[in-house]
Write a protein that binds this ligand. Structure first.
Ligand SMILES: [Zn+2]
Length: 429
């Protein structure tokens, strides 16, 4: 194992809190066994080709425990050795362990104003099959379409192979019940998405706001296996402005899971009225829709109907003056919003998606000049702003991550933790 990989693995231990629980009942013992299995599995996932000796070092478990757990994981066909385990001559390099990524499948569904997108992905989050579901204004018809698309994806898969489905929705979501409290852009209020989507499907469903999931995607699938960012904001701009905020490695939720909505912070007290009830919300000036409105004002004609923001970025790239001016107007408002983000959260990174990612090279100079003119230099010294590597699929990948966190961090979701033990866990949501 390379020195850099060991350093990274040991750094990852620093965000695994030490936890314990009472082990009196058989149920809790089996939960402990599962938690330890998943912990080892997660370290193998994060460090492909890790040796058993390094697993001992990273997890802090006894060598005999690691040997036992690895045997169990191999029996369950969740891991494999990079060389077949035969009698080892003296001095031979130890074998490395790999996750058998296709052993389990996560389903992810994203629902937005233009319809639904569904993917299956393996344990590494690599997408396998994609489906697009057209929008329908009648939610019963729309969910019929979603449901049958899910059924057709599940059909060829073995029972027990599918870990569950993550569902990304815009607006305020009761993530425990799967109820859409308010999704203004879809016209849904108090809609029981769980009942509409689940019906007789025998897999777990997990619901979350799409912007929050975009942040989870960036944390769960870090760039080049780097250590995940601990303090950052993910900004998406499809149908509004959504922000997912990670503070100290945790997703900011708030009392009712409706926190971190920077898109609805007012930047103009006498500005445009927003469907949320506030006036002059940031998203009224910086979203994809605001960009389309700015372009219509500049050019005297509307942008393409399908994906206006993408169309405007393409026109700006081709040098069309009205598109360039509209993009600069949006960039100024993006910069103003980022001033608020930086002053409120002091993030190490802001990661942008949707049209902001597509057109970032055309906008970044304007955004940075606004930040530099309004924010003290010390607050910007550690900041980087970059487009998301996941492009338009960032929330969908977050929905994959939502399922994978439940699998790899089973401890967090299955047993009651008490402080003070030797079991180390990777924190999830
Ligand atoms: Zn608003």
């Amino acid at each position: 194992m390379a020195a850099a990989a060991i350093r990274r693995a040991l750094a990852e231990r620093s965000y695994m809190p030490e936890v314990t629980f009472t082990t009196g009942s058989a149920l809790q013992k089996s939960a402990l066994r599962q938690a330890n299995d998943r912990l080892v599995l997660n370290v193998i996932r994060q460090n492909p080709s890790v040796s058993r000796a390094d697993l001992v070092r990273i997890t802090g478990m006894a060598p005999s425990s690691v040997t036992f757990i690895v045997k169990r994981l191999k029996r369950e066909k969740l891991v494999y050795d990079d060389k077949p385990e035969t009698r080892q001559p003296v001095g031979r390099r130890p074998t490395g362990l790999h996750l058998r990524a296709e052993a389990r499948i996560a389903l992810a569904i994203e629902i937005g104003p233009s319809g639904g997108r569904i993917i299956t992905a393996d344990l590494n989050g690599a997408p396998l099959v994609r489906k697009v579901v057209p929008w329908h204004p009648n939610h019963d018809v729309f969910f019929d379409r979603i449901h049958s698309a899910i059924r057709s994806l599940l059909h060829p898969l073995a029972r027990g192979q599918v870990l569950g489905a993550g569902v990304a929705l815009p607006g305020t979501i009761d993530r425990n019940s799967g109820r859409v409290i308010a999704a203004e852009n879809l016209g849904w209020f108090g809609l029981d998405a769980d009942a509409l989507i689940r019906r007789n499907l025998d897999i777990p469903f997990y619901f979350e706001n799409a912007a929050k999931l975009s942040a989870l995607a960036e944390m769960w699938f870090p760039e080049n296996h780097a250590s995940p960012l601990q303090d950052f904001v993910s900004v998406i701009a499809g149908g509004g402005i959504g922000t997912g905020v990670i503070v100290n490695g945790q997703l900011l939720q708030g009392a009712l899971s409706a926190g971190g909505e920077f898109g609805h912070i007012s930047i103009d007290p006498d500005g445009r009225r927003c469907p949320c009830g506030n006036i002059g919300c940031w998203e009224q000036y910086a979203s994809d829709r605001a960009l389309a409105r700015a372009y219509a004002e500049e050019s005297g004609e509307p942008a393409a109907v399908d994906d206006p923001a993408q169309d405007i970025v393409a026109k700006a790239r081709a040098g069309e003056p009205a598109a360039l001016r509209a993009l600069q107007t949006a960039a100024r408002y993006i910069g103003m919003g980022f001033v608020n983000l930086v002053m409120a959260l002091n993030p190490q990174a802001i990661i942008v998606g949707d049209y902001l990612a597509q057109g970032w090279d055309l906008m970044e100079e304007t955004v940075w000049s606004i930040l530099r003119s309004r924010v003290p230099p010390y607050a910007l010294s550690a900041l980087r702003i970059s487009p998301s590597r996941h492009g338009a699929e960032v929330s969908l990948m977050g929905a994959v991550a939502l399922v994978l966190t439940r699998f790899f961090n089973s401890f967090n979701h299955s047993v009651q933790a008490k402080p003070g033990s030797s079991v180390v866990m990777h924190r999830g949501l």
